[in-house]
Design a binder for this molecule. Structure first.
Ligand code: NIG
Ligand code: FE
Length: 398
């Protein structure tokens, strides 16, 4: 199989804490004048260009910066319909409470497989065009046995990181029959979805009439775990609550949103840093006019964090990790290095993946290139489309 060497890398951010000769300040594993050799879709060599081995083909990236492809560890890409009017209403002060999810559920149920597949394909392409090389995709707009299973079947055509979110909200036809819906989610729906899912998730939010309580969430997550799925939780998005505590208690890989955290929640996340990643989704706070999560407090306490898009029709219809990074630095006071690592190795950790998120030998050759000499331009040039995924086959378009 052909090997390709990428040269002309003015700055390589590997995220690899062990890379020999790299500048490890801020844990970036940064190398100037670097080269990367790719073979069979994997990284075969990383180091200073002056020491690079020979390869079959060579591609000069022309003095640009190369970073790990973004790992977007939280998205809801399988939906039809439009809720832009809900966004506009929020900008005038209307609060988000999850009620609009029902609108997306009816549009999604009404869409054909082909229409849904085309919508997901377009959104995944949009992400890739902005530097994302791995995306986790949740169901959650089907909310019937058939519609959840087909959402996951379609999601699995695009990613191995698929998440069953039957417990997104109680659908309208189950109004007043919550426990019957939880029985369905943990019974027939779970069985139909397990073949197409790696994870299970639940929207645990005591402040929304639409979402699930601590007890309901525990039942859903335990059933998912029993069926072999890994755990993720939507928690503490709309107010303080039990979601973070529950996620840590159950050893979830990721607890997402974390917008409202008590001192106890922060301590728990710090103590669970090896197991549970706090996944922050600042595009949601932007699009719902909410306060941003206290990322500094989490980092300073020693918690593990990730940054992801949460791309969905309600709380954030943005697929852009560069946008999320800009918010994290400008609004949440992360350093550029902290933000970049949270959207690469942080996302990988939340998916319990070691083969992505870091540029090192043996990992997947997921390389993102910037039309700029340093990763700092990602933040410095916010809003400018300077990011693109480097084709592992070696074709380097401009
Ligand atoms: O992550 N909070 C729950 N679920 C999504 C939003 C879903 C929607 O409003 O369509 C979220 O924010
Ligand atoms: Fe979400």
């Amino acid at each position: 199989m052909t090997s390709t060497i990428f040269t002309g890398i003015a700055e390589l951010v590997t995220g690899d804490a062990l890379l020999e000769g790299a500048d490890h300040s801020e844990h970036l594993g940064r190398l100037s004048h670097a080269a990367v050799v790719v073979q069979d879709g994997l990284i075969a060599w990383v180091g200073p260009a002056s020491q690079a081995p020979a390869a079959d083909e060579s591609q000069d990236v022309g003095g640009r910066a190369v970073i790990p492809g973004f790992v977007d560890s939280h998205s809801h890409l399988v939906f039809a319909g439009d809720r832009s009017a809900e966004f506009a209403a929020r900008m005038t002060g209307v609060r988000y409470d999850g009620g609009g999810i029902a609108t997306s559920v009816s549009a999604t149920r009404a869409a054909s497989d082909d229409v849904l597949r085309a919508l997901v394909a377009r959104r995944v392409a949009e992400m890739r065009a902005q530097g994302t090389t791995t995306v986790e995709i949740k169901s959650g707009y089907g909310l019937s046995v058939q519609d959840e299973a087909r959402s996951l079947r379609i999601a699995a055509e695009f990613s191995s990181e698929t998440t069953f979110l039957g417990a997104h909200v109680v659908p309208p036809e189950f109004a007043g029959r919550r426990s019957e819906y939880v029985d369905l989610v943990t019974g027939a729906m779970l069985s139909a979805c397990v073949p197409h899912a790696r994870w299970i998730d639940v929207f645990c939010e005591p402040h929304s009439a639409h979402a699930f309580t601590e007890d309901e969430a525990r039942v859903v997550l335990s059933a998912g775990r029993g069926a072999g799925l890994g755990l993720r939780v939507h928690a503490n998005q709309l107010g303080h609550g039990p979601g973070v505590r529950l996620a840590v208690e159950l050893g979830a890989a990721s607890v997402d949103h974390c917008t409202y955290l008590s001192a106890g929640d922060v301590e728990r996340l710090a103590a669970a840093a090896a197991t549970t990643v706090a996944t922050l989704l600042p595009g949601v706070e932007f699009s719902t006019r909410s306060p941003y999560p206290d990322a500094r407090r989490l980092i300073d306490a020693g918690a593990s964090i990730a940054l992801a898009s949460d791309c969905n029709p309600g709380t954030c219809y943005s697929s852009s990790i560069p946008f999320v990074l800009a918010l994290a630095v400008r609004e949440m006071r992360l350093t550029p290095a902290e933000a970049l690592l949270a959207a690469t190795s942080g996302g990988a950790k939340s998916l319990r993946r070691k083969d992505i998120g870091v540029i090192c030998v043996g990992n997947r050759a997921d390389l993102t290139v910037l039309d700029a000499p340093s990763y700092l331009h990602l933040f410095y040039r916010a809003g400018v489309p300077i990011v693109r995924v480097l084709d592992p086959a070696g074709r380097h378009g401009h």
